[in-house]
Design a binder for this molecule. Structure first.
Ligand code: NDP
Length: 385
């Protein structure tokens, strides 16, 4: 820590979570330093961020853009690296206190594991990391004395409800879901939807992949698996309820029957700031919630018949082993194909379901098994498409 400031490595600084994390750092220069910034291919935004925040190092994953970034930053005292391996290395720098894992998808797994091995505290946005390899990641975190601070708003809500309750058993948790832009629609309607409609989320402004996952309810399915690992729960202890206003971010029910919920206006800066600042609650000027603007908070059952992805995620979690890894890889390929107009909205679930049937099951996978499962599933899914 520099003069009691936390030095943050933001993996995926050019994304939706990454840019909002930089908003939080900009607003709290006495608390946080942007120590490392990384991007995949958006070199121009990475350069702009580097010039504003003056980090120790930046990494561009796309190695073809290295020379461009290096040239643009040549008059600054900022180290420039390129490639996936460099991301996994910079997180281990002595000067890094907290790693915000905000790369999207399986691509974020290796760097998060590397940071955990170096004993860095993790603010975890990249839910796919726990979906793919939750057992290994949580075990490693335990061995290295690393806390995984959730950034996902639902998991942040659970975490906030658990503060002061660490020794009290959880009966169950209830994850809230907005229901996405197609809540209440039937399969006939979903057959016809285009990516432009799916990319319009009613309450949250997020990256493309998670926005499609939210529309298909796969996002909630991934969150269910993420919650199992973060809070050490049995599958039957996790419920999902649709709450279209996204004001109650999730709920914990304790064994005395009492329930605690965390509420607030939907703004990802809040859980990001909580994860980075924990255990401190830092003042913010974000808009405050008013009950009179929301005279009714409503709740519905999730429609897992129409939105099969949520049922498939529960199924993969119950099977265990490498099944959630298959679910995730198949979904990443399916979402990419949907965004490129190669398959329809409902076919995304078909791809995931077929992959769960076709890819060999491994009961107790090693890290190498997960890597192989991910690759094999991507091949199977690509062939299906
Ligand atoms: P975005 O697509 O907006 O951003 C992704 C970031 O990861 C970008 O910085 C991107 O770089 C970088 N990136 C993508 N692929 C690679 C790769 N192969 N190697 C290295 N870097 C890569 O995603 P979000 O910010 O929306 O989501 C990030 C994670 O946070 C996801 O796991 C998501 O599920 C989770 N999350 C997001 C929420 C949100 O509100 N957005 C809410 C809760 C969780 P570049 O810009 O150069 O392409």
């Amino acid at each position: 820590m520099t003069e009691n400031k936390k030095n943050i490595a933001i993996l995926g600084s050019t994304g939706s979570i990454g840019t909002q994390a930089l908003d939080v750092i900009r607003a709290n220069p006495d608390k946080f330093v942007a120590e490392v910034l990384t991007a995949n291919g958006n070199a121009d935004l990475l350069i702009k961020q580097a010039i504003e925040f003056n980090p120790n190092a930046v990494v561009i994953a796309d190695e073809t853009k290295y020379a461009y970034v290096k040239e643009a930053l040549k008059s600054y005292d900022i180290k420039v690296f390129a490639g996936d391996k460099a991301i996994a290395q910079v997180v281990q720098m002595d000067t890094v206190d907290v790693v915000l894992a905000a790369i999207v998808g399986y691509a974020g797994l290796a760097s998060t594991i590397s940071a955990i091995k170096a004993g860095k505290q993790i603010a975890l946005a990249n839910k796919e990391t726990l979906v793919v390899a939750g057992e290994i990641v949580t075990q490693l975190a335990k061995e290295n004395g690393v806390n995984l601070y959730p950034v996902d708003s639902e998991h942040s809500a659970i975490f906030q409800c658990l503060t002061g309750e660490w020794h009290n058993p959880i009966e169950k948790i209830i994850l809230t879901a907005s229901g996405g832009p197609f809540r209440g629609k039937d399969q006939a309607f979903l057959q016809t939807v285009k990516k432009e409609q799916a990319l319009k989320h009613p309450n949250w402004d997020m990256g493309a992949k998670i926005t499609i996952d939210s529309a298909s309810l796969m996002n909630k399915g991934l969150e269910v698996i993420e919650a199992k690992w973060l809070f050490n729960l049995k599958p039957e202890q996790i419920d999902v309820i649709v709450h279209p206003q996204s004001i109650i971010h999730s709920i914990v029910q304790f064994t005395d029957g009492s329930m605690k919920a965390q509420m607030g206006l939907p703004d990802m800066k809040l859980p990001i700031q909580y994860a980075l600042g924990y255990p401190e609650r830092i003042y913010s000027d974000f808009p405050r919630f008013s009950f009179f603007n929301y005279p009714q908070l409503t709740f519905e059952q999730a429609d897992t018949k129409t939105f099969r992805n949520l049922a498939l995620a529960f199924e993969a979690m119950n099977i265990g082993g490498n099944a959630p890894c298959v679910l995730n890889a198949a979904n990443e390929i399916a979402v990419d194909a949907f965004l490129k107009g190669k398959i329809g909205f409902l076919q995304m679930s078909d791809v995931v379901e077929s992959c769960l049937q076709k890819v060999d099951f491994i009961k107790k996978p090693t890290y190498e098994d997960y890597v192989a499962t991910d690759l094999e599933t991507r091949n199977v899914a690509t062939e299906l498409i």
